[in-house]
Design a protein around this ligand. Structure first.
Ligand SMILES: [Zn+2]
Length: 400
């Protein structure tokens, strides 16, 4: 196989495309690949597929992958045909998508790197500017999202997500079974459900059996209004999140008067087996003290057991916990107990149906990590691209 034939294969070129010349410039440190087609070649109209002779051409260059350490560029005359039905059309090229200055192989490499590293690093390694990297990521994410299939969506999860430090909230919609973010909506009011339905015209709301969420009044009323046939559930993840918020609120208040509680936040919130030895020792020494925080901690431990007891006694167990909370003499715990009582059915239904949205936490962590590494205003502008790229479960990079 000669080098022209090799490059023809590597670029996926088919008739009538040929490699005219390959130039390696040692001084300039670059490889230039010149592609062409023989006189009299015909190309199919990109709309109807009927082949036509070339109407006119435009000289263009595409950035391709490096060949060893040298950047490579593809040069060609991009042909236009004049279709009887569709007028002047630029033909489809086998090595690049329309309008892009990069080859498909190059873009696939950018997508691959973009999932794992900060855009600034991708930009530096690939030798193209950050804007170009963002545009490639956005293009493929948007393209792939067009084919997202929600026909087997049975368990919908929703959760608020704060994308920056200044408490700007979006609501994320999750496909719990397939562990992916399927929709992003501004705000956290009840109408986010309506907007979600509007933007997914093929979604059948009555096909959604369960919606799992926080006990936010606006989410609950929105779900009831827009998904009247679905059952609202509050699963382990959301219940414990609420318990943890209460526990941390109590600790923060108490820490103002009690130095010993400073810097112990995660000792109380993490599961015991996940604590380091140092954290365990610290927790043990503080837990035995007569503190509001340690009392609240026992409520958390007891509440967690709800998911370990037999489902048949879950209701009586939870009722006991609620009654214990009502006698706690801690206003925040009493309030939490009342909330649990009001949402008893949703909590028990989550246990009965075995719905668990722990995947939400995993996806949220992935998203947070991605935002941390691509901080700055681009992260705002390309917010949805970042979220779908790391948590959308999309089949990327594109085939080429
Ligand atoms: Zn046509």
């Amino acid at each position: 196989m000669n080098s022209e034939e090799l490059f023809r294969k590597l670029l996926g070129l088919e008739e009538p495309w040929i490699i005219k010349e390959i130039k390696f410039d040692h001084k300039e440190k670059r490889v230039d690949i010149f592609i062409d087609f023989p006189r009299g070649s015909r190309f199919p109209c990109p709309v109807c597929g009927i082949p036509y002779g070339v109407h006119d051409t435009e000289e263009r260059t595409w950035r391709h992958l490096n060949i060893f350490q040298y950047p490579a560029y593809v040069h060609a005359r991009e042909p236009r045909i004049k279709c009887n039905d569709h007028g002047k059309k630029t033909v489809d090229l086998p090595w690049a998508r329309k309008g892009s200055g990069f080859s498909l192989h190059f873009e696939a490499m950018i997508m691959e790197m973009g999932r794992e590293m900060p855009v600034s690093a991708v930009s530096r390694i690939a030798g193209i500017n950050e804007d170009s990297v963002w545009r490639i990521l956005k293009h493929y994410v948007d393209e792939t999202r067009k084919d997202v299939d929600l026909s087997d969506l049975k368990v919908l999860g929703i959760d608020e997500f704060s994308v920056e430090k200044h408490h700007v909230y979006v609501t994320l919609f999750y496909d719990i079974k397939n562990s992916r973010v399927i929709h992003i909506e501004e705000g956290k009011e009840s109408d986010v459900f309506g907007k979600f339905i509007m933007k997914h015209p093929f979604l059948d709301p009555s096909g959604i059996e369960h919606i799992t969420m926080d006990m936010y009044p606006s989410y609950i009323s929105g779900a009831k209004e827009y998904f009247p046939a679905s059952e609202i559930v509050f699963d382990h993840f959301h219940v414990i999140k609420m318990m943890n918020d209460t526990l941390d609120k109590i600790r923060r208040k108490e820490a103002r008067e009690n130095e010993i509680l400073k810097h112990t936040r995660y000792d109380w919130l993490k599961n015991y087996p996940d604590l380091s030895e140092k954290e365990r020792d610290r927790l043990m020494s503080v837990k035995s003290l007569d503190l509001q925080t340690s009392h609240a901690y026992h409520f958390r431990i007891a509440l967690q057991r709800l998911w370990q007891v037999n489902a048949s006694i879950a209701e009586s167990y939870l009722m006991k916990w609620i009654s214990w909370a009502s006698r706690s003499r801690m206003p925040d715990i009493i309030k939490l107990g009342k909330t649990m009582k009001r949402h008893l059915n949703g909590i028990l239904e989550a246990i009965r149906s075995g719905i668990n949205s722990a995947v939400v936490e995993g996806l949220n962590n992935k998203i947070r990590t991605a935002f941390k590494r691509s901080y700055g205003f681009k992260a705002q502008k390309y917010r949805d691209t970042i979220i779908y790229l790391v948590a959308g479960g999309l089949k990327l990079p594109p085939e080429c």
